[in-house]
Design a protein around this ligand. Structure first.
Ligand SMILES: [Zn+2]
Ligand SMILES: [Zn+2]
Ligand SMILES: [Zn+2]
Length: 319
């Protein structure tokens, strides 16, 4: 039977091995099956590395329900292990590890991709998956650098890690090559004053909004309402499910310009603002405010009384 020390070393080596395998599938995919195994192995690899760090804090944290943790089940591997979501919460809350919102959103997006793939067989385009891979790989390498002690590495793990590091450059190469190809098209859209923002599939600043959206980088296209939802989940990292369950704002509104339910409130602490994924209109944070009566957003006027036109008209009609 494996001792705890051997088992936790096993998690790191196993995680690196899965990531290494994902690289082989994604660096030069020849068919859909390669993309599929690339995503599955990447997702498994990152999960294992996060769990490895958690296990270094204490082995009981690998149980989803810590109250049920016992040594016998742990040694035999016979237990419900911590979910990815809880794992990240524990890394932040118990190990004081900082995982920024963008990375957390990208990790969650990777899990969503894996689930969609497992349950519905849906895959995004090759270049979108390669970008996602590059981002997650970057995160995993930084995470290991910051959170795994040098002396904890076995020789084999060090070797795999080196190979992973050197492949990151190739993925970055794919991305800059793709940008060179689309640069002039994006410039044309800018000249025509079309709205351009981050794509919810490949995260690149190449999503052109023009009565629906189209990403020049990865080929993703959809109607504005669906794209707005995807953007909130994959770029902002906010899920409709958890805002219903745990409260908080799901920042999707009816557009004050075109009326579609695709106006997104960007409140990420840095820039803020509003953008509609159907008509492409955008507003500065201070140009739009929530109506004090009905709560829906409206454009701030010079003589703004904090209320939207509908609510003002309604009140006037009653007087
Ligand atoms: Zn894209
Ligand atoms: Zn609109
Ligand atoms: Zn109102």
């Amino acid at each position: 039977m494996m001792k705890q020390k051997e088992l936790t070393f096993g998690l790191l080596e196993n995680g690196l091995d899965f990531i290494h395998s994902a690289i082989k599938y994604l660096i030069n995919p020849s068919n859909k099956s390669d993309l599929k195994y690339g995503i599955l192995h990447l997702s498994a690899g990152v999960d294992l590395i996060l769990k490895y760090r958690l296990s270094k804090e204490h082995w009981t944290l690998l149980f989803q329900n810590v109250d049920l943790a016992n040594k016998k089940d742990f040694d035999s591997g016979n237990f419900t292990s911590v979910s990815s979501k809880t794992c990240i919460e524990r890394l932040k809350g118990i190990c004081s590890i900082e995982i920024d919102d963008k990375s957390a959103a990208q990790l969650k997006h990777l899990r969503d991709r894996r689930n969609r793939l497992e349950h519905f067989g849906i895959l995004d385009s090759e270049i979108a998956l390669q970008v996602a891979f590059c981002k997650v790989l970057n995160f995993a390498l930084d995470f290991i650098e910051d959170n795994v002690e040098q002396e904890d590495f076995e020789t084999i793990e060090r070797e795999i890690l080196e190979e992973i590091r050197s492949s990151l450059g190739k993925f970055k190469g794919f991305i800059s090559h793709r940008w060179n190809t689309i640069k002039s098209e994006i410039e044309k859209c800018k000249e025509l004053n079309m709205a351009i923002t981050n794509c919810p599939t490949c995260y690149q600043d190449a999503l052109v909004i023009d009565d629906g959206v189209k990403c020049y980088f990865c080929g993703y296209s959809d109607d504005g309402e669906k794209a707005a939802n995807e953007y909130i989940q994959n770029v902002l990292g906010i899920s409709a499910y958890s805002t219903v369950k745990d409260g908080g704002e799901f920042p999707l509104y009816y557009c004050i310009e075109c009326g579609s339910e695709s106006m997104v409130h960007l409140d990420d602490g840095e820039k803020g603002g509003w953008i509609c994924f159907t008509c492409g209109f955008d507003w500065d944070e201070s140009d739009v405010c929530f109506c004090i009566s009905c709560g829906s957003p409206h454009q701030v006027d010079v003589d703004d009384i904090g209320m939207c036109d509908d609510c003002i008209n309604y009140r006037l009609s009653r007087d």
